[in-house]
Design a binder for this molecule. Structure first.
Ligand SMILES: [Zn+2]
Length: 57
C-alpha cells in the first residue's frame, strides 16, 4: 500500500503497460514503436513515480 500523492488515498498501485505504433499516416513507414510501462493510482488514475512507490508503507 502507498499513499497517493494526488488524492491521498491508501491504495495498491496498479501496473499498466501499453504498446503503441505511430505510422504518421504512411503505410510503408517510417514508423515509431514504443512500449510504455507505468504504475498508477486505481482511485484517481494518477501516474505514480518511482519516488512515490518508494514511500510505500
Ligand atoms: Zn490517487
Amino acid at each position: 500500500m502507498i499513499t497517493c500523492p494526488k488524492c491521498g488515498e491508501q491504495v495498491v498501485p496498479a501496473y499498466r503497460e501499453h504498446d503503441s505504433i505511430e505510422t504518421h499516416g504512411l503505410e510503408c513507414g517510417p514508423y515509431e514503436r514504443w512500449h510504455d510501462e507505468w504504475w498508477e493510482c486505481p482511485a484517481c488514475g494518477e501516474e505514480l513515480s518511482p519516488e512515490d512507490l518508494d514511500r510505500s508503507v
